[in-house]
Structures are given as structure tokens and as C-alpha cells.
Ligand binder design. Structure first.
Ligand code: NAP
Length: 286
């Protein structure tokens, strides 16, 4: 991939700690190049606790914006001049635009998930969702699902963390434990199941010990995994064997990046073109 640098080229980056593993530079530069945008996207390690200092550096160095990953998503929130409603609701930003010295914070993770869900032909409004996990991904996805009009039960190993997430939208979110009996009972009444735990993720060596809750889902229930590596987790395999509609985390990853690029550039991105370029770049990396 070739990115042409000019004196007018605007800078973007991803910050995190650690961040060198991030797929964002590959995805964003592929989309930037394919769409002919005058931007360059870099990778910037920023240590925990230093996001505030980075903000003023970024503005001074002329960055148009940046993405934030662990552990900066929450720390940046009080430093923003403006927050989009989802970022405000979940108390985390992943996309920051810098305009005339002011900081505009967005969270595109949850909307990215909803867009991918829509591609699967599933609408969230009015649905009963069983969401597993209470970390960063769970927070963004459950806030977006609640905003879209779904009712969500958040089941997590540490129930207290699930209870804390419910504070984002108490009327639509409820908390539960992670015991297999609880998951089976909840699955029976759920139209969508979303895994936002790291169980099944490549390189962790950890997976669900018991997937019988997948068999308890009603016919036609959609099964989603935030994980994109591997392409098909054991959870998705089990659901596919049952003939249920499934989706992995790749759609969410691509859409959150496309939405971020739209915020940075202020342009409507051609989704098909951006998606094709990003997928080809990811494939080339493997
Ligand atoms: P995180 O903040 O570290 O949260 C991890 C979650 O997994 C917590 O709820 C944790 O439960 C649970 N968990 C971990 N080990 C467990 C075990 N042995 N048994 C039961 N629960 C366990 O991680 P995250 O950032 O939310 O990411 C979660 C997953 O989503 C990762 O696989 C990540 O790759 C994926 N993700 C995908 C996208 C995308 O764009 N597709 C974006 C973000 C994340 P406790 O609270 O009890 O510790």
C-alpha cells in the first residue's frame, strides 16, 4: 500500500498502551489510500495516565484526530469539549477529532456493532438480548443496543461489573451471573446472543467450558461474537451447526473504523470501497 505524503497531508493516529499490535493503521491507511484522501494514519504509544499531555501535543502538532484504545478510552472523557451521546452514555471515547484547538469525542464501537448486525438482517429494536461480558467491548455494545431500543441482560463472571454497566440505562439493562444454569435459562428467552468476553479469542488459550446455552436459544436467534480472530470461534461454530444466523467481530471492527474516518474527515465514506480495501490489507498482513 502506498500513501503519498504532501505538505498538506493531515495526520491521524491511534494511541494506546500497548498499541503496536493495533490493526487500525493498516485498516485506516488502506481506506485512506483507496478513497484518495489526503491523510496519513500513524501508531503512537502513549503510556497509561499520559492521555491529557498527549491531547495538547496532538493539537500543537496539527493532528486532525486520533483513535484511542486501552487504557485511554475512559481517561479522555472528562478532557473533551464535546461528547456524542453514546460516548457520554458509556463514559468511553474511541475517536477524537481536533478542530480549532477543541476536542470532540465519539464512540464508534457500539454503532459499528449495530451496523454489522443490520448487515446480518437483524434489527435491535424491541429485541431481548443476552450479552456476555462487562469489559470495554460489552460497555459500548450494550449502550448502543439500549439506545437502539433493545432490552439487554448482561451476564458476567464478576456480577458487580455487570451491575455497574446497568447504570448506563437502568430501564433496559439488567445484570446476571455467568453460571451455566443462568446462561441456559436466559438464552431460552433471548433473540440475540452477543459474546463480548475474551473467551475463544486467539492467543488467550481460554474458551467456554460449556456451550450448552447455545442449544437453549430459540430457533432463529442471532449469535454474534465480538472476536474476529479466529474467524469462527467454538461459540459461532456451535450456533452455525444449529442453523442460527451468526456473525463474528470483523464487521464491528470495520464499521467502527469507517465511522471514525467519517468523523475525522467530515466526508461520507463509500462503505463498499472502504471495506474491500481494509479487508484486502488485513489479508495481506496474514
Ligand atoms: P476486557 O475489557 O478485558 O473484558 C474482558 C471480559 O471477558 C470481561 O467481562 C471478563 O470478565 C471476561 N472474561 C475474561 N476471562 C473470562 C473467563 N475465563 N471466564 C468468564 N469471563 C471471562 O476486554 P474487551 O476489550 O471488552 O474485549 C473483549 C473481546 O472483544 C476481546 O476478544 C476483543 O478482541 C473483542 N473486541 C472486539 C472488537 C471489534 O471491533 N470486533 C472491539 C473491542 C473488543 P470479568 O469482568 O469477570 O473479568
Amino acid at each position: 500500500m502506498k500513501v503519498e505524503l504532501k505538505n498538506t497531508t493531515k495526520k491521524l493516529c491511534v494511541i494506546g498502551d500497548p498499541v503496536l499490535h493495533s490493526k487500525s493503521p493498516v485498516l485506516q491507511n488502506a481506506m485512506i489510500s483507496a478513497l484518495g484522501l489526503d491523510y496519513i494514519y500513524l501508531c503512537q504509544p502513549i503510556p497509561r495516565g499520559e492521555a491529557g499531555r498527549w491531547l495538547s501535543c496532538a493539537a500543537y502538532a496539527g493532528y486532525a484526530g486520533f483513535n484511542a484504545t486501552m487504557p485511554h478510552k475512559e481517561e479522555l472523557v472528562p478532557l473533551m469539549d464535546w461528547l456524542d451521546p453514546l460516548a457520554e452514555k458509556c463514559g468511553a471515547v474511541n475517536t477524537i477529532c481536533i478542530k480549532e484547538g477543541k476536542y470532540y469525542g465519539y464512540n464508534t464501537d457500539g454503532e459499528g456493532f449495530l451496523r454489522a448486525l443490520a448487515d446480518l438482517g437483524v434489527e435491535a429494536r424491541g429485541k431481548q438480548v443476552l450479552l456476555l461480558g462487562s469489559g470495554g467491548a460489552a460497555k459500548a455494545v450494550s449502550a448502543a443496543l439500549a439506545e437502539a431500543g433493545a432490552r439487554v441482560t448482561i451476564a458476567n463472571r464478576t456480577v458487580q461489573k455487570a451491575e455497574e454497566l446497568c447504570g448506563m440505562a437502568p430501564e433496559q439493562l439488567s445484570a446476571a451471573g455467568f453460571e451455566i444454569e443462568t446462561l441456559c435459562k436466559l438464552a431460552k428467552g433471548s433473540e440475540i446472543l452477543v459474546n463480548c468476553t475474551s473467551l475463544g479469542m486467539e492467543g488467550t488459550g481460554r474458551d467456554f467450558a460449556d456451550l450448552s446455552f447455545v442449544d437453549a436459544l430459540p430457533p432463529g436467534a442471532a449469535v454474534c461474537d465480538a472476536i474476529y480472530a479466529p474467524e469462527e470461534t467454538a461459540l459461532l461454530y456451535r450456533a452455525r451447526q444449529r442453523g442460527l444466523p451468526v456473525m463474528n467481530g470483523m464487521g464491528m471492527l470495520l464499521y467502527q473504523a469507517i465511522l471514525a474516518l467519517e468523523r475525522f474527515t467530515g466526508e461520507t465514506i463509500n462503505v463498499e470501497q472502504a471495506r474491500a480495501a481494509a479487508l484486502a490489507a488485513l489479508k495481506g498482513e496474514q
